[in-house]
Structure formats: structure tokens, C-alpha cells
Write a protein that binds this ligand. Structure first.
Ligand SMILES: Cc1ncc(COP(=O)(O)O)c(C=O)c1O
Ligand SMILES: [Zn+2]
Length: 406
């Protein structure tokens, strides 16, 4: 037996955050018998000596608190350690001078979904899974299909026909079995559940139906703290669909406190779109679970999730950190997307742009003070959404001339 401090992973078991049941982490697991997602637990005493400084700039620098048992089992495309960019010009303009952006546009596949896929696929393949199946709003399916290809396992993906077109191409290029659904992610989920009954060698890796996607996404929290010199920000804004990243970052902050890295609390903010705001509604009503809206719709497609499975965990994270939930309109988020690109040269995805729009609201309401350090999660690159910016410019004939300067 290696000494504890030499273990690549200190994973000990899986725990149900609803009923408290423990489950064996050495075999493939889905949700708890009570229906709740499961959370990975580690021997944090053994992980206490973890010292990521000096390790390669990937999310695997935190391998002691990730579930993969050996370096040889890691399936990687080089994900993690994305830039934490200061945004001084935009920050000053909106009254938040200490504003930072964690830019997840710079990971393989162009969205933060690569983190969950890298860790989830690595662990699934390590446990002998031969194929993965999932409904998706696009980016997650693209990431899991590509990481599955890297791991040499099959993938079955269903996504709404309205999902970003490039994510289809990523799935097809990866050799996935892909279906487009004339409906929402919830309809895609029903199709996948039915198909899984006839594909026993596939694992259901739908959002929060396997425990390790959260583990990949929580590394955003570890990285932000490391990049800020082992300090947590005062406030963190996250575009919330299924809420995996928010739940993951909350979990990371708790783990880092147990590891003795941190003391102060970070207020977590769940940002949604007016057209799909189940978490905001539940938060404002003081409920512990969400209710699906009748006709969810937003241009920020990744956060068009009518009834997240982990809604109670999202709401718990907001309550435990004195956070809040905010919804913005599509017009506000599109305006914020352009403003940020013009101010800072950062072309963010519409979901990330929603957080920048929310920031303006929070500052105006006084919830956010002007001296606070704020990190916004930009979950993907704007380049994956070529149609969000309306391009209204003249076309000049080949032998023409440009107009005189105004
Ligand atoms: C770009 C982008 N941002 C945010 C989200 C929402 O992620 P989460 O499920 O972690 O709330 C998604 C999900 O599809 C996404 O693609
Ligand atoms: Zn349970």
C-alpha cells in the first residue's frame, strides 16, 4: 500500500447530500436510491499536503482531490488553468473596479464542459465503462463525445435542434451517435433514458446522474483561488443551467476550507435568463426546489434548463454563502456581450455575458459594493455562437472605395 500522502487520488466514497447514504466509489454509480445526485468525498487529511504549485498547468494539478486513481488513467486534452483576466476598463465603467473574468473559452472544445468531460470520462473508462450516453444543450455533448473518442469509448448524444450548430459538428467529427430533437433538453433526456434500456453497456452521464462531472468543474474554484494568491474572491457570478459548475465551485470552496487553505466566504450568484429562471423564482419565493417554467426560451442556450436535477444543491449553495440569484433579459446580455468585447477585447459566450449584465443590476441595487473583488465565470468562447452578434456593415464592390472618415 502506498502511504496516504503518495496516493494519486484520496477518493474515499460517494455521499448523498439528501439522505446521507454512503455508496461505494470503486464501482460505477448513478444517483442515490432516493434520487439525489451523489457527491465524491475524499480523505482530506491525506490530501492536506497537496501542493499544486510547480505542477503542469492543467486541472490535474489537483489530482489528490479528483477521483481518478492513477496518472496513467487520465484522459486529457490539456484542459484547465485558464486565464483569470483583470477587466479594469469594463470594471471601472460599471462601478466594480476589482473585476476579474475566469475565461473558460480557452479550454479544449471552447467551453468549460471540457473539465467535467475530462474527469467524468477518465473515471468512467477507468471503471470499465464502454460507452457514455447523455442529453445536452450542445457544449457538454461536444466535450463528452470528444473526450470519449480520446478514451476509445463510444458516445450516444441527443441535443435540441436549436443547440449551437458547431456542437453538432464536434459530435459528428468525434464519431458520436448523435440525434437532434425537436424539443428541449428535457425531451432529449427522455429519449436517452428510453434508449439506455436497450444499451446496457452504456453509462447514463446526464447532468448530475453520475458523480464526477462536478469534480471536473469544481477545479475552476481551485484555480481561481490559486490564481488570486490563495485567496477567494468576495463574490462569484455563474451562469446557471444545470448548476453543476456552481455546485462544484461551492464544493471546492468547502474542501479548501477543510484543507486549511481558506477562511473567508465567497458569495455565490446564480445568473439566469428571464426566459428560463426556475432558480431565480425558487430563490425569490424561498423554496428549496424549483418549478419548470411553461415555455422556457433564451438565446443563452446553455442556461435553458427548465428543471435542474440539482436545484436543491444550487439553492443550498446560495443560502450557505449569503449569495443570490438574478435573471437578465436576452437584450441585456447581448448588450453586455458587445460592451465587454469593445472594452476589453474579450468575446464571451452569451451565458457568460448574462453574468456581466447581472453585475450591472447587482451594483445598481447596492447588493454589490464598489470595493469588492468579483470574479465572473465566462463559460465558453463567443466564437462558438457566430449568430449572437448582429453584423450590419456595408459590402463594398471589388472595385469600390471605402467612405470618407466621419
Ligand atoms: C456555455 C455554457 N454556460 C453555462 C452552462 C450551464 O452550465 P451548468 O450546467 O453548470 O449550470 C452551459 C450548459 O450547457 C453552457 O454550455
Ligand atoms: Zn440519498
Amino acid at each position: 500500500m502506498p502511504r496516504l500522502s503518495e496516493q494519486y487520488s484520496t477518493l474515499s466514497h460517494l455521499e448523498c447530500p439528501k439522505c446521507g447514504a454512503h455508496h461505494d466509489a470503486a464501482v460505477v454509480q448513478g444517483t442515490c436510491d432516493c434520487g439525489s445526485p451523489l457527491l465524491a468525498r475524499y480523505d482530506l487529511d491525506a490530501a492536506r499536503g497537496m501542493s499544486p504549485a510547480g505542477r503542469a498547468p492543467t486541472l490535474w494539478r489537483y489530482h489528490e482531490v479528483l477521483p481518478v486513481s492513477a496518472e496513467a488513467a487520465v484522459v486529457s486534452l490539456g484542459e484547465g488553468m485558464t486565464p483569470l483576466l483583470p477587466l479594469p476598463v469594463h470594471g471601472k465603467r460599471i462601478g466594480v473596479p476589482d473585476l476579474w473574468m475566469k475565461d473558460e473559452g480557452l479550454v479544449p472544445t471552447g467551453s468549460f464542459k471540457a473539465r467535467g468531460a475530462a474527469v467524468g470520462v477518465s473515471r468512467a473508462a477507468e471503471l470499465g465503462v464502454r460507452g457514455i450516453a447523455m442529453p445536452t444543450n450542445g457544449n457538454a455533448g461536444a466535450a463528452w463525445a470528444l473526450y470519449a473518442a480520446r478514451a476509445g469509448i463510444r458516445s450516444l448524444i441527443a441535443m435540441p435542434v436549436d443547440a449551437p450548430v458547431i456542437t453538432r459538428a464536434e459530435c459528428v467529427a468525434a464519431g458520436a451517435e448523435l440525434y437532434l430533437v425537436d424539443g428541449l433538453i428535457s425531451h432529449a433526456g427522455a429519449l436517452i433514458r428510453a434508449a439506455l434500456a436497450k444499451r446496457p453497456d452504456y453509462q447514463d452521464v446526464s447532468t448530475l446522474k453520475e458523480p464526477y462531472r462536478i469534480e471536473g468543474k469544481k477545479t475552476m474554484g481551485y484555480e481561481i483561488v490559486e490564481q488570486l494568491g490563495m485567496r477567494a474572491p468576495d463574490v462569484l457570478l455563474y451562469p446557471t443551467g444545470g448548476g453543476v459548475g456552481l455546485i462544484g465551485i461551492h464544493k471546492a470552496l468547502e474542501e479548501m476550507r477543510e484543507l486549511g487553505w481558506l477562511t473567508p466566504e465567497t458569495r455565490l450568484v446564480a445568473v439566469q435568463a428571464e426566459g428560463c429562471r426556475p432558480i431565480v423564482d425558487a430563490w425569490e419565493a424561498g423554496e428549496q426546489e424549483s418549478t419548470a417554467p411553461a415555455a422556457p426560451a433564451t438565446i443563452a442556450f446553455g442556461i435553458n434548463v427548465p428543471k435542474p436535477l440539482g436545484d436543491f444543491l444550487i439553492l443550498r449553495a446560495l443560502a450557505e454563502t449569503s449569495g443570490t440569484a438574478v435573471a437578465v433579459s436576452d437584450a441585456e446580455l447581448l448588450a453586455a456581450q458587445r460592451e465587454l468585447a469593445a472594452d476589453e477585447g474579450a468575446f464571451v459566450c452569451p451565458e457568460g455575458a448574462a453574468c456581466f449584465a447581472a453585475l450591472i443590476r447587482l451594483r445598481e441595487s447596492g447588493w454589490l459594493r464598489g470595493d469588492e473583488r468579483v470574479v465572473v465565470l465566462n463559460t465558453g468562447t463567443g466564437v462558438k455562437y457566430p449568430d449572437t452578434v448582429r453584423v450590419d456593415v456595408p459590402t463594398i464592390p471589388a472595385d469600390g472605395a471605402l467612405p470618407d472618415p466621419v
